[in-house]
Write a protein that binds this ligand. Structure first.
Ligand SMILES: NC(=O)c1ccc[n+]([C@@H]2O[C@H](COP(=O)([O-])OP(=O)(O)OC[C@H]3O[C@@H](n4cnc5c(N)ncnc54)[C@H](OP(=O)(O)O)[C@@H]3O)[C@@H](O)[C@H]2O)c1
Length: 254
């Protein structure tokens, strides 16, 4: 057994991180690079310059593979490209989208978009990458859940449904794959200062309500989530299966 500090070392591992272009995904990719992993950034937009510099500094590979999770053909091609580059040891399903409307006016096409990106693509990537992990009897999958897997939220019924699905998929996969050496878990960020929350941050009343309920007394920042993900991707978490770990400044305890 490795010394405890070595258990978090991911040297030699290849991690796919979806949506590494910005926000929480960029923070997670940076954490994995710093822990020693090479990273395949599976993302829609151009490579992130900060990540590229961090990879170079750390002597790690950062590979960019393009995908749009709302386009079915794009997802299959992107998975094939990742698998042609490397055996994938770690998958972090981070990409996600949010659409807000009053529930009574929520268009079906917006419901489908949110479910496709946040839940269907997660199902597709987990099953596609798990196959090799099961064969090699080694793999770590971390899915991005949300407080809205626990709570219903306001004006975000599709997002809440999609994150509920993420938690259930996490448990369902863990039940089947744990015995094959594959860990499937989720992290649930609280309220983080990213583009996804720009509308909330701009709404002084909602922003104050949210801030007032966070015991830590601040919104989360992308780097706050990286340690939890590195832990779940490391051998320190070999016996952790099917959980959703809140990283929420204490929100759920209130
Ligand atoms: N921020 C929070 O408070 C919070 C709380 C709980 C859970 N989360 C979850 O954490 C994850 C990251 O959130 P974030 O706050 O970092 O969001 P963000 O800043 O809005 O970034 C979203 C990421 O997802 C990618 N993405 C969205 N739609 C996509 C599509 N159709 N195809 C490919 N990529 C797509 C974006 O790519 P582009 O750059 O190309 O647009 C971007 O990389 C999400 O799953 C979110 O649900 C966030």
């Amino acid at each position: 057994m490795n010394a405890l500090s070595n258990q978090f070392d991911l040297t030699g591992r290849t991690a796919v991180v979806t949506g590494a272009s910005r926000g929480i995904g960029a923070g997670i990719a940076l954490g994995l690079l710093q822990a020693g992993a090479d990273v395949i950034a599976l993302q829609r937009s151009a490579p992130n310059a900060e990540l590229r510099d961090a990879a170079q500094k750390a002597g790690r590979r950062l590979i960019h593979v393009k995908v749009d999770f709302s386009e079915q053909a794009s997802i299959g091609a992107a998975i094939d490209e990742c698998l042609s580059q490397r055996a994938v040891d770690i998958l972090v399903n981070n990409a996600g989208t949010q659409i807000r409307h009053d529930s009574v006016d929520f268009p079906l096409e917006d419901f489908d978009t949110v479910m496709d990106v946040n839940a269907r693509a997660v199902f597709q990537l987990c099953t596609a990458f798990a196959r090799g992990m099961i064969e090699r009897r080694q793999g770590k999958i971390v899915n991005l859940s949300s407080l809205l897997a626990f709570q219903g939220g306001l004006r975000v019924p599709a997002y809440a449904a999609s994150k509920g699905a993420v938690d259930q998929l996490t448990k369902a996969f863990a039940n089947e794959w744990a015995r094959h050496g594959v860990n499937v878990n989720a992290v649930a960020p609280g309220y983080f200062e990213t583009d996804m929350n720009a509308a909330l941050l701009a709404d002084a009343e909602r922003s104050a309500q949210i801030f007032g309920r966070i015991p830590a007394g601040r919104w989360g920042k992308p780097h706050d989530i990286a340690g939890a993900v590195v832990f779940l991707c490391s051998s320190a978490a070999d016996y952790v299966h099917g959980i959703t770990l809140p990283v929420d400044g204490g929100w759920l305890g209130r």
